[in-house]
Design a binder for this molecule. Sequence first.
Ligand code: FRU
Length: 493
Amino acid sequence: MISEILKRAREYELAHEKDILPQERPLFHLSPRVSWLNDPNGFSWYNGKYHLFYQYHPYSSVWGPMHWGHAVSDDLLNWEYLPVIMAPDTECDSFGVFSGTAEVLPDGRQLLMYTGVRKEKTEIKGKYKEYQVQCVATGDGLTYEKYEGNPVLTGADVPAGSSLSDFRDPKIWRKSDGTYACIVTNRDASGSAQLLMYHSPDGFHWSFHKVFFANNWRFGNMWECPDFVECDGKWLLFSSPMELEAMGIEYPNGRSCMCLIGSYDEQTDTFTEEADQIVDSGIDFYASQTMKAPDGRTIMVGWMANWDVCEFRQPKEKWYGMMTLPRELSVRNNRLYQNPVRELEGLRTNPVVCKDVEIRGKTTLEGVKGRCADLVLRIRPGQDTTAFTIRFAEDEKHHVSLTYCPAEGLLKLDRRFSGTRQGTIHQRECVVGSREELKLRLVLDRFSAEVFVGEGERAMTAIFFTEQTADGISFESNGTSLLTVEKYDLERK
Ligand code: FRU
């Protein structure tokens, strides 16, 4: 039996998905079935498919009472929509079914753990107080049922003085003894982020274990969407801090996603931090989630937006929000490396290779253009090169650019000229060092660019909404540089 609220959402998405033409969506990035999408949820491999759920408001292209949308895929690039699985239809989640993650039960059912949000009137007229609690649901990969014992964690389960309204985004996993653990983000009595850890013998009955990690006002004030995963013998603790104060070039102001790299003692549930870094140095990357693929790969996906910039929209939008490309993670020397999933190579077609081209001033290269493309660029700046710029999504008036300044060792992303009239964040930069050869992988999918530096030691992501006819790609060198380009169109098979 499904609720009237869920039934209505299913009917709505079915009736309206045809209003969005295929060419109005990205080709291989997941966008909402209709209307609005934010965080990835429950990213998992289950019953022979990749499952990606998402924070979803089906009724308009702005955030509203949250549902969980659902899509499945065999290759992380071709996504098939399935019916929305959860709606805000019970007392403890009547204001929204917020973010969460997935595990598997011994009987084979998938277990989803998520945040339920409810609002309660206060004595002050028009003022509401919000309560966030943790809930679970089980399902078979198509339909899911909320547990009748929800909520499984409430304000009674947080340390004294901690926030009851910022208590969300559970990350669940199974420990090696078969029991369950989760971390839930929260604020301590001073308002600083803390991650609370809970234990459960069965995934349904939970008890407070410890404060897993305390931010002590180091990175912002609230860590949304924590994630914790082992990769190459290290443990990665991801979070998306709110209201981060800029720190050097590594951490810009506001919203971004960061990663602590360290070790984890499962016996004592102790995470020991060894290094920290931003996950993506571009503009649009937030609320990441990881999963383990059946072949052992650790794969991460993020929301290709963030709350500080989501007023950056297409002019006549029918939908809002995309996921990033799923990225394979690795760790080397306490540094996180990201690269597009290797499945992307299966979409490559029409190779164009230009080797050791001397670039001085601005030029285009035969066959190098397009808005769904995969480019591997090798730039060798000369002694006299002060800047090397790649422009894409280009026409006479518009472009998005990447500029490498070898002396400063900076890579700069700029979408100011992508036709927008919104004065939000349009530029970002990151340190890549002075290199003899800078290798960049640039993946374009109609409304987005994802850049991977070197072996994947840095990523920069940005969305833009220039007309698709702006499909030029050009290169400009101040000074003489050598450029090798390997370019493919990307097509859905
Ligand atoms: C992060 C977030 C989460 C919350 C969800 C609500 O983007 O704010 O903390 O669960 O979005 O949609």
